[in-house]
Design a protein around this ligand. Structure first.
Ligand code: NAD
Length: 508
């Protein structure tokens, strides 16, 4: 019989069977003897998987296998290693729908957002593949018969520890580049969203990556500390909250390892009265609601700048355009769910606190109607906009990590820049204006690693690298692009002298 129901292409398939995650050691899936923890879908609140807490002994076995495998992988030429990554890229493209379903089901984002994060991983992979032609070393005759040369060499075994909000993209900021440079990579996925990791490991294996070059060790703090303390792990890339980033940077560098630890964010947008209403309304609304505000590049504070009645009227119109654009965002297909009930409660409490501190809720996303397809167990918050937020209050200063925009009214750009300069974070700032001089001033004075002009989410495309400053990043360099290469590799300098025989007949 013909099925007349039309499948909703935006619907996330929540796994009905529990997905059991295993560690990945020497190219084999290995069950762990340690305890396991549960994974719940933000869409339904139901258990969809579990993963093990990797013990110190289990990690030892993973690192030993990685160390052995890295010798041959690191000795291969960059061109040979790039062939594996070419195939990896094609497999990601082939399987993107399947991977996006897995990402959405465990971290709550929409399918199009999940696909977008895989595309960013593909872009980093393409950059890594291009290193064979970009990063060719250098050689110069520095005096007669004396040559200086540099070559990039792998570090050995390196590790990545990643957050819940990008189960595929953040690991793929690191994995393709480290592999292209000849390292073996040990990945500790988020303990809230570890299920996508299996699909990436399977894709690398199918691409022909030798066994042991890529491994997975699941777990939480104990596993991370075992990685930080392991003598054979040479470098750790971390992405997560600032408190954890700081602890990881301290412990790793104390152990004399290379550490790059990206932390949290509180991103400011400077809104000028001359801004384009179309660009502003959609640009700002998409920025603070994308991934339900659970991304480190989300707009969080809008400094609305006006000093005359005319400017205030223009700014109010622009704020109206942002509110209308955000109001049109429907839950389920255009905006996903909040990662956990604890996070949802924390966000609702922060909105109530902002109100108590004198802010006005001009768009209230609390207690929205849950999309019917997912039942009543999910964690939902609609777009929320707070106006007249006081600088220095919690909603203006702390990372809330949800679809909440705090509007701080300012008289001048200098006042707004001074507010932003007090932030402990420094991931991104953006300005919405049609005035090139104002845009230039913000790109010079904004205390952030990434700046946007009429762009709400100013993530640089590869080969421009990704990374903030201040408490948004500890360590030197960036996590992707050209400024990541020195982190994942060593530069070897070779100086050579040959006797120059003046009477030598080269043609004889
Ligand atoms: P988190 O800090 O709780 O966890 C990140 C990773 O650290 C996870 O793998 C987790 O298992 C591990 N971890 C947690 N506590 C630990 C501890 N005490 N010791 C050692 N390891 C520990 O972060 P999250 O909640 O998964 O992710 C959200 C945070 O990540 C936000 O603050 C967000 O801004 C940040 N983030 C930053 C960027 C960036 O590029 N700067 C990108 C994505 C997310």
């Amino acid at each position: 019989m013909k099925n007349n129901t039309t499948a909703n292409p935006n619907q996330v398939e929540i796994p009905k069977e529990v997905i059991v995650c295993e560690n990945y050691c020497a190219g084999e899936w290995t069950s762990s003897k340690s305890s396991t923890f549960e994974i719940r879908s933000p869409y339904t609140g139901s258990v969809i998987g579990n993963a093990p807490e990797t013990s110190v002994q289990e990690l030892d076995r993973i690192v030993a296998a990685a160390t052995k495998a890295q010798r041959e992988w690191g000795a291969a030429s960059m061109k040979e290693r790039a062939q594996v990554l070419f195939r990896f890229r094609d497999i990601l493209l082939r399987d993107i729908k399947k991977i996006a379903q897995r990402i959405s089901s465990e971290c709550g984002k929409t399918l199009s957002e999940a696909e977008a994060e895989v595309f960013k991983g593909i872009e980093v992979t393409e950059f890594a593949v291009s290193l064979q032609n970009l990063d060719v070393g250098g050689r110069l005759e520095v005096s007669r018969g004396v040559f200086c040369e540099y070559r990039r060499e792998p570090l050995g075994v390196v590790a990545g520890v990643t957050p819940f909000n990008f189960p595929a993209m953040v690991p793929m900021w690191m994995i393709p580049i480290a592999l292209a440079l000849g390292d073996a990579f040990v990945w500790k996925p988020s303990d809230k969203t570890p299920l996508t990791s299996k699909l990436l490991a399977d894709a690398l294996a199918e691409a022909g990556l030798p066994k042991g070059v890529f491994s997975i060790a699941h777990g939480g703090r104990t596993t991370v500390e075992a990685i930080l303390d392991h003598p054979d792990v040479k470098a750790i890339g971390f992405v997560g909250s600032t408190d954890v980033a700081r602890a990881i940077y301290r412990r790793g560098t104390q152990n004399l390892k290379r550490v790059l630890a990206l932390g949290g964010a509180k991103n400011h947008i400077f809104l000028m009265p001359d801004a384009d209403p179309m660009l502003t309304g959609k640009g700002v609304a998409d920025s603070f609601t994308g991934c339900a505000g659970q991304r480190c590049m989300a707009a969080s504070v809008l400094c609305a700048i006006a000093s005359t009645d005319g400017e205030r009227a223009a700014i109010d119109k622009l704020v109206g355009a942002i509110v209308e654009s955000a109001r049109s965002i429907t839950l389920g297909d255009r905006m996903g769910a909040i990662i956990s009930s604890d996070s949802l409660k924390r966000l609702e409490a922060a909105i109530a606190k902002a109100e108590a501190d004198g802010a006005r809720v001009i768009l209230d996303g609390r207690k929205p109607k849950a999309p019917s397809a997912y039942g009543s167990g999910g964690h939902w918050l609609g777009p929320t906009i707070l106006d007249n937020v006081k600088p220095g209050s919690e909603a203006a200063v702390e990372e809330l990590f949800g679809p909440v925009l705090s509007i701080v009214r300012c008289a001048t750009l200098s006042e707004a820049l001074a507010i932003q300069a007090k932030s402990k974070y420094g991931n991104a700032v953006s300005v919405f204006t049609q005035n090139g001089g104002v845009a230039d001033e913000v790109s010079r004075q904004g205390r952030a690693g990434m700046v946007g002009v009429n762009i709400g989410v100013p993530v640089p495309r590869e080969p421009f690298s990704f990374g903030g400053v201040l408490d948004s990043k500890y360590g030197h360099g960036d996590i992707t692009g050209v400024h990541s290469l020195d982190f994942w590799s060593n530069i070897k300098k070779i100086t050579t002298k040959w006797a120059v025989q003046k009477d030598w007949s080269w043609m004889g």
